[in-house]
Design a protein around this ligand. Structure first.
Ligand SMILES: NC(=O)c1ccc[n+]([C@@H]2O[C@H](COP(=O)([O-])OP(=O)(O)OC[C@H]3O[C@@H](n4cnc5c(N)ncnc54)[C@H](OP(=O)(O)O)[C@@H]3O)[C@@H](O)[C@H]2O)c1
Length: 274
């Protein structure tokens, strides 16, 4: 599987398992199966309420800790210097880990709150508790303001990205600053069935002998966007990891680029109420 090198030299597997809406034993079984079949990157968050199960599955996998890339996220109610530190250590405790590979501000708050929480994360990074730090749901202006106070350029910006919301401009901006874009909801989340019924996607899938889901993920993967599809189904977990052994050609790329609609299914980072 492809690995990408973040701006601090840390490598991240370009495919990870998402765990949003996977609760209790479902999260445990999904992570355990994913690790068994070759995933080495797991994405969770405090708000998913599955950090304990994720951590237990990691432990039970018996795979050396340093071979697994683990991400979690700081919820907006904890966006402050002290609250961010407290929330981070609670996350670490629930995961039963000594360090995280990536810690993200989950959703932006005020510029001031973002800066305070980020400073706390920079200190945790300096102390070796986090190998890479970043943000999520940050638009251009959130990043530009963060740059005014940050000592460490974020390594990742995790944002909703899929064929209907391709985020080419945001990716260009992030790459210019050395920040990798990470696609959440790469299969359009609740709207996965709408995506997978898309006629052009079905045609390209048929041409390559792949599934429409694999084509949707491969399009992002080939653009060096990190993808974290969620599945709790063993065969779909395996399917989503199987993106090697075929290449999308220029015609495929042109057709897939045209599926862009600026269609957002998750809240607007400038206007949400949680
Ligand atoms: N930073 C943020 O604000 C944020 C927001 C949302 C999500 N995320 C992260 O990103 C991850 C992915 O996003 P997401 O979970 O919202 O959506 P997603 O990965 O785009 O889609 C998940 C949905 O697609 C189904 N699915 C997965 N693989 C499939 C396949 N090959 N064929 C058909 N259906 C398939 C899953 O059902 P089954 O489980 O039944 O397979 C589930 O219903 C999350 O799990 C989470 O870790 C982050």
């Amino acid at each position: 599987m492809k690995e990408l090198q973040l701006n601090n030299g840390v490598t991240i597997p370009a495919i990870g398992l998402g765990t949003f809406r996977a609760k209790d034993s479902e999260a445990y079984e999904a992570v355990k199966h994913a690790l068994k079949v070759g995933y080495r990157h797991i994405d969770t968050a405090a708000i998913y309420q599955n950090e304990r199960e994720v951590g237990q599955a990691i432990k039970d996998s018996q795979i050396p800790r340093e071979e697994i890339f683990v991400t979690s996220k700081l919820w907006p109610t904890e966006l402050g210097y002290l609250s961010a530190k407290k929330a981070f250590f609670k996350t670490l405790e629930r995961l039963n880990l000594d360090y995280l590979d990536l810690y993200l501000i989950h959703w932006p708050g005020t510029y001031e709150n973002n800066a305070e929480a980020y400073q706390a994360m920079e200190e945790l990074y300096d102390e070796g508790y986090i190998r890479a730090i970043g943000v999520s749901n940050f638009s251009f202006h959130h990043l530009e303001h963060l740059f005014l106070t940050a000592r460490i350029i974020p390594q990742v910006n995790q944002v909703e990205t899929h064929l209907r919301l391709q985020n080419q401009k945001l990716q260009n901006f992030c790459m210019k600053h050395g920040i990798y874009l990470e696609a959440y909801a790469p299969l359009m989340s609740h709207f996965v069935h709408e995506l997978l019924a898309e006629e052009t996607l079905l045609e390209i899938a048929k041409k390559h002998g792949k599934t429409p889901g694999q084509i949707a993920l491969k399009y992002l993967y080939e653009r060096d966007i990190i993808v974290i599809p969620k599945s709790a189904n063993p065969s779909r977990i395996e399917e989503n990891l199987d993106l090697e052994g075929f290449t999308l050609d220029d015609d495929d790329d042109a057709v897939l680029a045209k599926l862009q609609r600026a269609r957002k299914y998750f809240p607007d980072p400038d206007n949400f109420n949680f």
